[in-house]
Design a protein around this ligand. Structure first.
Ligand code: ZN
Length: 388
């Protein structure tokens, strides 16, 4: 009897919502006109039919909630409008990270991967519990580089990350683009980090500009390459063969250049660093085109830092206008392909029966004019409307 009552209560609680849109992109490359999506509780239960819509999105294009596979929600400007770098109280970091995460959700991104900071853990958990509103968060909690330790120490760090609840391991196989992007971790260090991540069942994503650092990481069992500005064709081929995801990023470079006065003079944000970033932009266009030609699995990360949060969708426009991506390909990168890279391909990133009801709708048709991604008019996460 108790179970029966419980069952009745549950079915009453699972509210039905019907969303209708002029166009729907399912996240896997398909476009449907006059689409109707029925949601019960947090899940999509039906596509099609003639149920009366609770949300009739006229003139809009409905898509799976976007996924940004590379963000830094803790990064922010200080009260003087300058980039903040240094120590701050954890509650301060949390306040900024929560604010930035929420702005990213309202911009249509229902899932982000942060690469990564310690406060991401409690932030992720408070969003999951419903205490805060924000996107689903996957985080590396910290970052590993050439100074993190010898191979033995690195294996220990990875095991600890697993215990601490990290979703992914982030390592820097090469220098920052502002320092030229050369390999920095030794091949032994890369082997230990990627190898232990694999042994622990964790994904490992690698900051790599130069091909040698990327190659070492791919051979060591990492699952994704971030940036990849100087990857050669042989490395792209190896990535396709090994099923390694590629995440090239335009927005981060444009964001630094557009916000130059706020960064200049801090750390490696000097004139030489900015010159490297200016030079890298055509390289990103070039490597994205070559990666597409080599059929590499491409995901959608922006490397969102201070100045980018809440306008992550600008990456779509750069990828299409500068990188030669077809709008549909860029959207698949940010939906089903990104979900696959997070090992969430059967739960999010696609509009289909049984998937989480993560949805974004924009005014207009991004297949005809990619700048439509700026006009986010509707966002639903897990069946809950967060923007309309
Ligand atoms: Zn980054």
């Amino acid at each position: 009897m108790k179970f029966l009552l419980f069952g009745v209560a549950l079915s009453c609680a699972a509210q039905t919502i019907v969303v209708h849109a002029d166009r729907m992109l399912d996240g896997k490359g398909r476009m449907v006109r006059n689409a109707t999506v029925t949601i019960e509780g947090s899940k999509i239960v039906k596509i099609g039919g003639h149920a009366k819509a609770n949300y009739d999105l006229k003139g809009m294009t409905l898509m799976p909630g976007w996924i940004d596979t590379h963000t830094h929600p803790t990064w922010h400007f200080d009260e003087n409008g300058r980039f903040f770098q240094g120590r701050e109280r954890p509650e301060e970091s949390m306040r900024y990270a929560a604010e930035n995460a929420k702005a990213t959700l309202l911009a249509g991104f229902t899932t982000i991967q942060s690469l990564g900071a310690l406060v991401d853990g409690p932030l992720r958990d408070s969003i999951d519990s419903g205490e805060r509103e924000g996107p689903r968060i996957f985080t590396s909690l910290r970052q590993i580089n050439e100074r993190s330790g010898d191979p033995e120490k690195l294996r220990e760090i990875v095991r600890q990350l697993k215990k601490d609840g990290a979703d992914v391991v982030k390592l820097f196989a090469t220098a920052s683009i502002r320092d030229g992007g050369k390999q920095t971790m030794t091949t032994e260090q890369i082997d230990a980090t990627c190898g232990e991540a694999k042994a622990q069942g964790l994904r490992a994503v690698v900051h790599a500009h130069a091909a040698d650092g990327a190659r070492a990481a791919i051979l060591a069992g990492c699952t994704g390459i971030e940036h990849g500005t100087m990857l050669d064709d042989a490395t792209l081929d190896l990535m396709r063969k090994k099923g390694v995801f590629f995440d090239p990023n335009f927005l981060v470079l444009h964001n630094y250049i557009d916000n130059k006065p706020k960064y200049l003079g801090i750390g490696n944000y000097n004139d030489e660093g900015f010159a490297y970033m200016e030079k890298a932009l055509p390289l990103v266009s070039d490597v994205l085109r070559r990666a597409r030609a080599h059929h590499v699995m491409i995901v959608f990360g922006t490397d969102a830092v201070a100045g980018s949060h809440g306008r992550n969708f600008e990456e779509f426009i750069y990828r299409v206008k500068d990188g030669g991506d077809k709008p549909m390909d860029a959207i698949v990168s940010a939906t089903s392909m990104a979900a696959r890279s997070l090992r969430m391909g059967d739960k999010i990133g696609t509009i289909a029966q049984g998937f989480e009801a993560d949805l974004v709708a924009v005014e207009g048709n991004p297949l005809e004019d990619i700048t439509a991604v700026r006009k986010v008019a509707f966002v639903m996460k897990g069946g809950k409307v967060v923007k309309h």
